[in-house]
Write a protein that binds this ligand. Structure first.
Ligand code: FAD
Length: 463
């Protein structure tokens, strides 16, 4: 039967497409239902990939204007061609989404175009087709979380999606929410000339990140021109003849204040997306935040139906969704598969980057785990000095008794690449001594990881 499969995956974001590919590689007959006109989900279409393309281009724009002359490269003041920069971003989307289409064809996965609705156990309706499969995986991801009383029109009041395609650089950009997405997109437009103000409900940006890193990073962003209104909530955004009037109040109560902005970016988080999926038809339970509840094997409360990625609990990150997709596919194909939730890196792709994996100092203290901390600043790293990228540090936290590495936090250029070293070490249960005894290529920024490891129980060489 043409519509009978071993596995039907709903949603072709990083979770869904990796699950589909892995399952097909392991011999299952797979269909993947996707209602967007391109594969890749939020990540490839309106998330990770386009934002990183703009971060890259805007950083080079800024570098050319700010730092080239110091290196003896004399260019006239760079001129922004925003249309071309957005086209560069669109090319990145195109290349990546077409890549997934190619992989689907290569692995004989049928892309069923349209909205999937679960009709009953083992049945997914897409338009006038009913797909049948022993197993169904829900990978429908997430959508922009709405701020009560603030209407997103994607023109002047935008979500991250609108902020990836503004037609001109705003004079004043007000970012609601000091999380990763707001700070990354704030950086893009800040580098291109916008005056950026971040309004954050909590007393700090990047909630959940290591406190010392956050303090250091906040200072860095301020030096770059960011203004912060912390412990503050946005209560109203009104359109005026020209621009927007934004009413803010202290989060703990107090007098309201009015701010002006040309563009307001609402980036207060993302909400699980299950609209029109038919969860009620099969009795799939969700928690109070609307996330599909799953057990340790990623199974929902309905037999034969699983869920992965942003639509379930856990960090809303593409690689977390991918790991779940692959582990689940392996198990459904009769193999072993698991996700180590203790070692999921998180990266903020600003300049410098912020990256972390494992526990923060705050988490260790709260759990009553005794630890040693080793820190090494990039000001003492040869490569960083040569490149004049000395901002930031590496911090390694290791168990006081066993020396096992429990957390690594990096702020610095290319921190997002360096954190992979820490993740490998942690995955292999390394001690700080294991890292300190490894040979790192010189001169690299990564040597700061070795030096921080040396600092955990002893002393770094270059300090
Ligand atoms: C601006 C921005 C930047 C980001 N940057 C990063 C980053 O740098 N690194 C990182 O790790 N994460 C980043 N993220 C988060 C990342 O995009 C998500 O964590 C990831 O996409 C989640 O993957 P997913 O497969 O769970 O769902 P999604 O990527 O959301 O994909 C779900 C797909 O399901 C489809 N769908 C939904 N319902 C149905 C249905 N009923 N029928 C058919 N199709 C359906 C949707 O159209 C969508 O394509 C970013 C997000 C944003 C918004």
């Amino acid at each position: 039967m043409a519509d009978a499969f071993d596995l039907v995956v709903i949603g072709a974001g990083p979770g869904g497409y990796e699950c589909a590919i892995k399952a097909a590689q392991l011999g299952l007959k797979v269909a993947c239902v996707e209602k967007r006109d391109r594969l890749g989900g939020t990540c490839l279409n309106v998330g990770c990939i386009p934002s990183k393309a703009l971060l890259h281009a805007s950083e080079l724009f800024h570098e050319a204007g700010a730092n080239f002359a110091d290196m003896g490269i004399e260019v006239s003041k760079p001129k922004l061609n925003l249309k071309q920069m957005l086209a560069f971003k669109d090319e990145a989307i195109d290349g990546n989404t077409k890549g997934i289409e190619f992989l689907f064809k290569k692995n004989k996965i049928e892309w069923v175009k349209g909205e999937g609705q679960i009709e009953g156990p083992g049945k997914v309706k897409v338009g006038d087709r009913t797909l049948e499969a022993k197993n169904i995986v829900i990978a429908t991801g997430s959508d922009v979380a709405k701020l009560p009383g603030v209407d997103i029109d994607e023109k002047t009041v935008v979500s991250s999606t609108g902020a990836l395609e503004l037609g001109k650089v705003p004079g004043k950009l007000l970012v609601v929410g000091g999380g990763v997405i707001g700070l990354e997109l704030g950086s893009v437009w800040g580098r291109l000339g916008a005056e950026v103000t971040v309004v954050e409900f909590l007393d700090n940006i990047l909630p959940g990140m290591d406190g010392e890193v956050v303090k250091n990073f906040t200072r860095t962003l301020k030096k770059q021109g960011f203004s912060f209104k912390l412990g503050t909530k946005v209560t109203k955004v009104e359109k005026q003849k020209s621009g927007l009037k934004v009413t803010v109040e202290p989060a703990k109560g107090g007098d309201a204040e009015e701010l002006e902005a040309d563009i307001v970016l609402v980036s207060i988080g993302r909400a699980p997306y299950t609209e029109g999926l038919g969860l009620d038809k099969v009795g799939i339970a969700t928690d109070k935040r609307g996330r599909i509840e799953v057990d340790a094997s990623l199974k929902t409360s309905a037999d034969g139906i699983y869920a992965i990625g942003d639509v379930i609990a856990g960090p809303m990150l593409a690689h977390k969704a991918m790991e779940e997709g692959v582990a689940l596919a392996e198990r459904l194909a009769g193999h072993y598969g698991a996700v180590n939730y203790d070692v999921i890196p998180g990266v903020v792709y600003t300049s410098p980057e912020v990256a972390s994996v494992g526990k923060t100092e705050e988490q260790l203290k709260e759990a009553g785990i005794e630890y040693n901390s080793g820190k090494f600043p990039f000001t003492a790293n040869g490569r960083a000095k040569a490149n004049k990228t000395t901002e930031g540090f590496v911090k390694i936290l290791a168990d006081k008794k066993t020396d096992r590495v429990l957390g690594v936090h990096i702020i610095g250029v290319n921190a997002g690449e360096m954190i992979a070293e820490a993740a490998i070490a942690m995955e292999l249960s390394a001690s700080s001594e294991d890292i300190a005894r490894m040979c790192f290529a010189h001169p690299t920024m990564s040597e700061a990881v070795k030096e921080a490891a040396l600092a955990v129980t002893g002393a770094p060489i270059h300090m």
